[in-house]
Design a protein around this ligand. Structure first.
Ligand SMILES: NC(=O)c1ccc[n+]([C@@H]2O[C@H](COP(=O)([O-])OP(=O)(O)OC[C@H]3O[C@@H](n4cnc5c(N)ncnc54)[C@H](OP(=O)(O)O)[C@@H]3O)[C@@H](O)[C@H]2O)c1
Length: 266
C-alpha cells in the first residue's frame, strides 16, 4: 500500500479520507495538510490521521498528493509544492476547472498528474468520478488510483476534453434530479398528501424505480412503456410533459451547465 497526502480537508478532502478508511486503507498511510486550524483539529480528532504542518514533510511522506483545495487556492499550493516534488510523486488533482496543463505550468512539465472530477455523492461512496492522466503517469500508478477511487463510487476514464461535460453531468446531475424530486413533492402536496409522507413516498418511488430498472436489466424507455397503458393515467401525464418539452429542457440544462463549466475554467 502506498502513502497518500491530502492537501485541503474540506468537503471533498474529508470525503476522500473517510472513503479510504472505510475501504480498509490504513490510517498510518494517510497524511494531511490543512490551513484552517479548526478543520485540522476536527480531522485529527475524528480520523486519528497525522497532520503535516510543512508541505516538505507531507511530500516526503507521500507518493500520491491529493490537491483538494478550492481552484482559487491552486496557484499558492502548487507553487509551494514545486521544490519538494520528486520523480516518485503523482499529483492527484480534484480541483474543478484546473487543467493538467495549468498544473504543469506551475509545478513543472515533468510532473506526473492525474486529474479527477468526483461528484458530491462520493460522501456516501456512491459517486461518479471522471479521471484522466498525463502521459508520464505509469499504468500501474493510474490503475492504483482508479482502484482507490472505486471505493468512492463509479470511476469513468475519460479524455480531458470531456471534463466540463462530466462536471455538468455528474456534478450538476444530482441537483437537477433533486429539482425533479422537489416538483414531485409539491405535486403530492397538491394532490392532498402531507409534506412528510409525500417526501417519503417520492424517495421510495425513485429508488424503487431504479432498483426495478437494474433488476430487469432493461432500458428506461422499455420500462416506461410497460407502465403506460393505452388511454390510461400515465400516458395522460406523459403527454403533458411532452407538450411542455420537459425532455428538451433537461437536455438544455446539462448543455448550459457544461458551457458554464467551460467559461469558469478559462
Ligand atoms: N464540493 C464538491 O461537490 C466538489 C466536486 C468536485 C470537485 N470539487 C473540487 O474539490 C476541491 C475542494 O472542494 P471543497 O468543496 O472540498 O472545498 P472546501 O470545503 O473549501 O475545502 C478546501 C479546504 O482546503 C483548505 N485550504 C485552502 N488553502 C490551503 C492550503 N494552502 N493548504 C492546505 N489547506 C488549504 C481550506 O481552508 P479554508 O476554508 O480556511 O480556506 C478548506 O478547508 C475544489 O477545488 C473543488 O473544485 C468539489
Amino acid at each position: 500500500m502506498e502513502r497518500i497526502g491530502i492537501i485541503g480537508t474540506g468537503n471533498m478532502g474529508e470525503a476522500i479520507i473517510r472513503a479510504l478508511l472505510e475501504t480498509g486503507f490504513e490510517k498510518e498511510r494517510i497524511g494531511f495538510s490543512e490551513i484552517s486550524k479548526l478543520k485540522s483539529k476536527y480531522i485529527k480528532e475524528k480520523y486519528s490521521i497525522k497532520e503535516y504542518a510543512l508541505l516538505k514533510e507531507l511530500t516526503d511522506f507521500s507518493k500520491y498528493l491529493v490537491i483538494a483545495v478550492k481552484p482559487q487556492d491552486a496557484k499558492d499550493v502548487l507553487k509551494n509544492l514545486t521544490s519538494h516534488i520528486r520523480d516518485k510523486h503523482v499529483i492527484l488533482s480534484i480541483m474543478a476547472g484546473v487543467s493538467i496543463s495549468a498544473i504543469l505550468s506551475i509545478i513543472g512539465q515533468g510532473t506526473k498528474v492525474i486529474r479527477a472530477m468526483p461528484n458530491l455523492c462520493v460522501k456516501v461512496r456512491e459517486g461518479v468520478i471522471g479521471i484522466c492522466r498525463n502521459e508520464i503517469v505509469g499504468d500501474d500508478e493510474f490503475e492504483y488510483v482508479k482502484k482507490l477511487f472505486s471505493g468512492m463510487g463509479m470511476v469513468v476514464e475519460i479524455k480531458e476534453e470531456l471534463f466540463d461535460a462530466i462536471t455538468a453531468f455528474a456534478g450538476s446531475g444530482p441537483a437537477f434530479f433533486l429539482f425533479f424530486l422537489e416538483g414531485m413533492i409539491d405535486a403530492g402536496v397538491k394532490l392532498g398528501f402531507s409534506r412528510q409522507i409525500t417526501l417519503e413516498m417520492a424517495e421510495k418511488i425513485l429508488s424503487g424505480t431504479l432498483t426495478l430498472l437494474k433488476s430487469e436489466a432493461t432500458h428506461p424507455s422499455i420500462l416506461k412503456e410497460r407502465i403506460t397503458s393505452p388511454g390510461g393515467t400515465t400516458i395522460a401525464g406523459l403527454t403533458e410533459l411532452e407538450d411542455r418539452a420537459v425532455k428538451g429542457a433537461v437536455i438544455k440544462a446539462f448543455e448550459v451547465a457544461c458551457r458554464r463549466s467551460k467559461e469558469l475554467s478559462q
